[in-house]
Design a protein around this ligand. Sequence first.
Ligand SMILES: C[S@@+](CC[C@H](N)C(=O)[O-])C[C@H]1O[C@@H](n2cnc3c(N)ncnc32)[C@H](O)[C@@H]1O
Length: 201
Amino acid sequence: MAKIKMLNSTVGYDLAAAEYDKKEKFLNSFEQNKVVPLFGELKGKQILDVGAGTGRLALALHNIGAKVTALDVSFEMLKVLKDKNNKIETVVGEAQNLPFEDNSFDFVTAAFLVVHLKNPLSFFDEAFRVLKDGGKLIITNINQKEPPEVKTKQGKIKIESYYHRPEKIIEGLESLAFTIEKNIFVYENDIWINQIVVATK
Ligand SMILES: C[S@@+](CC[C@H](N)C(=O)[O-])C[C@H]1O[C@@H](n2cnc3c(N)ncnc32)[C@H](O)[C@@H]1O
C-alpha cells in the first residue's frame, strides 16, 4: 500500500481546500455553539481570524457585524472564502509573523489553528502585539494526537500537526502576560475533545 504523504499546512490545505467545507458539521461539533457567543457585541469591532481557512468562523463573525480580516498560509483556502463573501479582507500570511501594526485589533481568534503550530507561543506573542490593550484572544485547541487522513482530489494526504496539552496552552499564554478569562472544555463521552480559551491583553 502506498504511504500517505505528510505535507506542511500551505501545501496540504491548498490541496484540501476544494473539499474542506464538506467537514463543516463535523468541525462545528467540536465547538457545540460555544465559540461565537464569547465575542459578545461585535458591531464595529475589528477581528483578526488567524488560520481562517474557508471562513467557517470568519463568516459567522462578519454576519453579526464585525469587521473581519482573515489570514491564512493557504491561498486556496482563502480563495474559497472570497468566493463565498468578498467583503471579508483576506491576507495570505503566517500566524507567527503577522503583517499588522501593533495594537490594531479588538479580537484575535484562531479555530483549529494551534494544532498545526509546532510552537504556539510565537503565535500567541504575535497575537498579543497586534491586539489593542484590553483586546481578547479567543482560540481553540483540539485533542488530536495524530494527524488524520485528509481526502483530496489528488488522493489521501496528512497535514503536519502537533498535540498540545491544555495546561501548556494556559501556561504559555500567562507567560506572555495574557490574563485567562475562560478555559472551557468540550466533551464527548467524558473525554475532552476541544479546549476553548479566552485571554485578555
Ligand atoms: C483546520 S483549518 C481551520 C480553518 C478555520 N479556522 C475553521 O475553523 O474552519 C486550519 C487552517 O489553518 C491554516 N494554517 C495552518 N498553519 C498556519 C500558519 N502557520 N499560519 C497561518 N495559517 C495557518 C491552514 O492553512 C488552514 O486553513
